[in-house]
Design a protein around this ligand. Structure first.
Ligand SMILES: Nc1ncnc2c1ncn2[C@@H]1O[C@H](COP(=O)(O)OP(=O)(O)OP(=O)(O)O)[C@@H](O)[C@H]1O
Ligand SMILES: [Mg+2]
Length: 272
């Protein structure tokens, strides 16, 4: 304990992929709950503005959203609500009124205003919307670890590849942790990862690490319908173990060294 090299500063993990429906939100929520179980204080920033749904998986109904912050009427602390295990949620809002067209100034404001919850959390998980919009790429490059969720299909590979390429070319981001969702087992997921990694390494100067797998599971399906995340269920389930492995690997992953604005600043100098 005494000469531990544990790094206690903030960790910001962006959960991402260009493709919709691959399990970004379900990974975000279960990873968040797993980290909370491992003793971290975790917040989820649901950056899927207007279509935020991580609160639905968590079974909570936030009364306020990021639009209340961006219109100046509330602080981040005001909109922060608590879910199971006391996890904190910052909702991007769902519904037409919350359909924010967040421009660079709004993104900058949102990222800086999240500093307000600095003393209350150890890890921020950013549920990044599908697509390779400026919003998605900026939130990933503002995080210190990028976790790409893919499924073992060629179309998913193509989307993940395009997203990694966009992030890399636009921001210089080079380190990514890849999690294979809806896999049969760890060995099959690792095969998918190796195949994907070989393609990426051939064309891009990036470093990908295997972050593990989430099994394809009817229990996960049901947990979403029941609004009771799998990570809150029996600790000896394979799904729960899989999230524990992912949590450890992602915390161990190298820091993002891309330039530009960062959540919590983290000692990185932005340009300009
Ligand atoms: N490991 C899994 N096993 C079985 N079904 C899964 C698994 N992960 C996700 N799903 C199914 O896929 C659906 C989509 O998952 P989720 O909402 O997390 O994806 P997403 O990438 O966040 O989607 P969007 O792009 O719309 O935000 C879930 O509602 C669930 O039914
Ligand atoms: Mg989602």
């Amino acid at each position: 304990m005494s000469n531990s090299s544990t790094n206690n500063h903030f960790k910001v993990i962006a959960v991402t992929n260009q493709k919709g429906g691959v399990g970004k939100t379900s990974v975000s929520v279960n990873l968040a709950l797993t980290l909370q179980t491992l003793g971290k204080r975790v917040a989820i920033f649901d950056a899927d503005f207007g279509m935020a749904n991580s609160h639905i998986l968590l079974g909570v109904n936030p009364s306020h959203t990021l639009s209340d912050v961006l219109n100046g009427s509330m602080s981040m602390k005001d909109i922060m609500c608590r879910g199971p295990k006391d996890i904190a949620i910052l909702s991007g809002g769902s519904g037409l009124l919350d359909m924010l067209n967040v421009d660079p100034a709004g993104r900058y404001q949102a990222i800086r205003m999240i500093d307000q919850i600095k003393d209350e959390i150890d890890v921020l998980i950013v549920d990044v919307p599908a697509g390779a919009s400026d919003n998605s790429v900026s939130f990933v490059s503002a995080s210190d670890r990028a976790l790409v969720v893919l499924v073992g299909e060629p179309t998913s590979f193509l989307d993940a590849y395009s997203f990694i390429k966009a992030c890399h070319l636009e921001t210089g981001l080079s380190d990514f942790t890849v999690v294979v969702n809806m896999a049969s087992n760890e060995a099959e997921a690792k095969k998918h990862f190796d195949k994907f990694n070989a393609i990426a390494m051939q064309f891009l100067d990036v470093r990908l690490r295997f972050g593990g797998h989430v099994p394809f599971s009817q229990r996960i399906r049901k947990s979403i319908i029941d609004r009771k995340p799998i990570a809150l269920q029996k600790t000896d389930l394979p799904e729960v173990n899989a999230f524990r492995t992912i949590a450890k690997r992602v915390l161990d992953a190298p820091m993002n060294t891309a330039k530009g604005i960062r959540f919590f600043d983290q000692g990185t100098k932005g340009e300009g």
